[in-house]
Design a protein around this ligand. Structure first.
Ligand code: PAF
Length: 269
C-alpha cells in the first residue's frame, strides 16, 4: 500500500495512536494532513509497552468512533493491525534507545519505551512515512522517538505538536475516560501545579526545589489522595536534570489520581 502511494509521487504522513481518539489526536492528524498528501493513522494498543499489572486490558478501545473521527479530521487510511501481525509467534527483536529512556517515565516504567520504539519502528517499516507527528503531551516519548528516528537514519520529518487541553486546563488523554466528574476535577491538580510552577518562574524564582515544594502543596490541596510519582525539571532535548530553571527547561510530573496514572508537562522558559 505504502509503495503504491509513493510510486504515485505522493508523500505519506503517519500518526501512530492507540485509539480512543480525542481532540489531541485529531490535532495531530490535521497537522499531518497539512504536511503530507496521504495521512495514515494507525490504531494499535501495543502490548509490549504495558508492564504486567498496567492497564493494557482495560485501556479504552473505541474503533468505530475512531474511524469516523479520523475521516473528519483529514486522515485518509486507518491502519489497524492485529497483534499477531506486529508480533508473530516467537517474536524476539526489540529497538532500544539508551540514555534518554533511563529517566522520568523510564524510571517508573522500565520496559515501556522499548515497547514504544519497537512498535513505532515496525510502523515506520510498514507505512514508510515521509512525515510523522507525535504529541508534546508525551514529551519524553517524542524526544526518545525523535532520537531513534535520527539514529536509525529514517528520512522522516519529525513533528512534535502542542498539547491540547480541556477548557479547564487539563491535558487531553485517553485515560481521562476512566474518570467521573468529581474525579476529573481532582485530575486538574497536575495542571494547577504546572501553572503554579510557570507563575513562580515568571516571578523570577529559578530554584527547582522551591518550585517542587509549592507544586506538591498545590497537588495535595486539590486532591488529598493524589500519589505523586515524580516532579522533575529537565533540559528539553537531552532530558538532563537542571539545577536552575533556564531557557529550554521543561517541568514534567506523573501523579496517580484514583488509581489512574496521569502525566503532564510544561515548558517553563
Ligand atoms: O502515544 C501513544 O499512543 C503510543 O505510545 C504510540 C506512540 C502510538 C506507540 O504505541
Amino acid at each position: 500500500m505504502a509503495r503504491q502511494i509513493t510510486g504515485e509521487g505522493k508523500t505519506i504522513g503517519l500518526v501512530p495512536t492507540m485509539g480512543s481518539l480525542h481532540e489531541g489526536h485529531l490535532s495531530l492528524i490535521r497537522r499531518a494532513a497539512q504536511k503530507a498528501d496521504v495521512v495514515i493513522v494507525s490504531i494499535f494498543v501495543n502490548p509490549t509497552q504495558f508492564a504486567p499489572g498496567e492497564d493494557f486490558s482495560s485501556y479504552p478501545r473505541n474503533e468505530k468512533n475512531d474511524i469516523e473521527k479520523i475521516r473528519l479530521s483529514g486522515g485518509d487510511i486507518v491502519f489497524i493491525p492485529k497483534a499477531i501481525d506486529i508480533y508473530p509467534d516467537d517474536y524476539q527483536t526489540y529497538v532500544t534507545v539508551e540514555e534518554l529512556t533511563r529517566t522520568l517515565e523510564g524510571t517508573s516504567r522500565p520496559t515501556h519505551f522499548r515497547g514504544v520504539t519497537t512498535v513505532v519502528t515496525k510502523l515506520y517499516n510498514i507505512c514508510r512515512p515521509d512525515v510523522v507527528v507525535f504529541g508534546m503531551k508525551d514529551f519524553q516519548q517524542a524526544v526518545v522517538l525523535r532520537q531513534m528516528t535520527t539514529d536509525l537514519g529514517y528520512p522522516i520529518k519529525f513533528i512534535i505538536a502542542p498539547t491540547v487541553r480541556e477548557p479547564e486546563g487539563f491535558a487531553m488523554s485517553s485515560r481521562n475516560a476512566f474518570f467521573d466528574n468529581e474525579q476529573r476535577s481532582d485530575a486538574l491538580c497536575l495542571y494547577y501545579a504546572l501553572r503554579s510552577a510557570r507563575d513562580m518562574v515568571k516571578a523570577g524564582i529559578t530554584s527547582p526545589e522551591k518550585i517542587e515544594k509549592e507544586m506538591r502543596a498545590v497537588i495535595k490541596a486539590t486532591c488529598s489522595t493524589a500519589g505523586i510519582d515524580y516532579i522533575a525539571f529537565n533540559e528539553f532535548s537531552t532530558l538532563r536534570p537542571v539545577k536552575k530553571i533556564a531557557k529550554g527547561t521543561i517541568c514534567s510530573l506523573a501523579v496517580i489520581i484514583h488509581g489512574v496514572r496521569l502525566i503532564d508537562n510544561m515548558k517553563l522558559m
